[in-house]
Design a protein around this ligand. Sequence first.
Ligand SMILES: *Cc1c(COP(=O)(O)O)cnc(C)c1O
Length: 476
Amino acid sequence: MTTRFRVIPPPYRVKVVELLTKEQIEIAKSRRKREEAIKKAGFNTFLLAEAEVYIDLLTDSGTSAMSDNQWAGMMLGDEAYAGSKNFYHLEKAVQEVYGYKYVVPTHQGRGAEHIMSRILIKEGDFIPNNMYFTTRRLHQELAKGTWVDVSINEAHDPESGYPFKGNVDLKKLERLIKDVGTEKIPYMSLEANVNMAGGQPFSIENLKALKALCNEYQIPIMLDATRVVENAYFIQQREKGYKGKPIKQIVTEICSYTDGATVSGKKDAMVNIGGFLACNDERLFIEAKAQVVIFEGLHTYGGLAGRDMESMARGIYEMVDNDHVAARINQVEYLGYKLLRAGIPIVVPIGGHAVFLDAKRFVPHIAQENYPAQALTAALYLESGIRGMERGTVSAGRDPNTGKERRPKLELLRLTIPRRVYTNTDMDLIAKAVTRLYEKRERISGLKMVFEPKYLRFFQAKFESLEGELIKKNLH
Ligand SMILES: *Cc1c(COP(=O)(O)O)cnc(C)c1O
């Protein structure tokens, strides 16, 4: 793979900054403080206080920097209980950019997933997915459906440079249809820029073929459009016929092949909170409005303040600016190429929102039942005060039928880059810290789980080091 790289400058200036506290600066300097903090957190970076974190790459969810235009929108919140003008702005933005007819706001992405799953899934159904997203799969399972993976094999291979690892394997999907029958498949659940595969896109070619197959069997396609902008960028860069096409046009085209979507506005749209469900089918819209009032709020606010809807509406227009998307993904690639050049094992191609370290190659001495990606995530924090997130066995959870731990092929440490927050100087620091840790990799020890919550365990699980120390002083 080529490591040729050209920096794309960001299309903005910094007007306001968030000051780090003395405590956070101290964390960067004091290994003793980091050690105390990560032990107290049970070696789970989700349980660290932000005050204990120097550079925060836990997630890009709700952590991006809003623009002056979005903040100005916050002051224009119309907080009427019903029919807030900000709702109509949001509705218009979704119609113009994504192209769906109907919009139901929700407090965030999982609120929309909850409602969609309740409406469309009945007990005994099977839902094909291109890999999984944690909350999306859980809502399918809570609705008594069975999640089925129909992603292509390349998606599970961190070393495959295949440019469209988010593609659906149509043969796997057809086999499922033949095995269980169309009446047991309420919809195809399609994720854009698949997070768990390492931020990897599907191609328009694959999506069109999927659409044709689903049409034949009358199976609707419900998109997880949370990261559709990044998917569109990769299509623009990699797919024949899309060079130079505006991102907005590609986003609209993607959505036009689907029947509806759930969206977390906290990613592409750069808001701190917000999401929505969108669709073209009026019956689904009426059902969704009936459900949203039970779980989220009235159908013109869905758990959001008017100001939140306004900043999301503005973020939706900003997110499809070509220069913005190019600079955002360029920064992720800047970090990725640095790590590649240093010989660090990462998932290729470099993802849209994050660089994923491959724990199976980074710490091959740690067995999968001792959570190599979790151990690596904790070790990076201990080494540097940088907070990443595990995406491996802990995130994969247990099979609801057998109760056994799922053993995913991928054991990853995700270094997620929030939008418009860090500079490439930060990326240099991160690359240095990871390289330093790589030199000590043989001294990192595995973990055992000592507390396990029932659902989405990665958020709150606690661990202990197998060998007393997470990074041993010396090998023997
Ligand atoms: C974050 C995310 C969700 C869930 O959205 P929340 O706003 O966190 O509830 C769903 N799908 C994908 C792909 C995501 O990245």
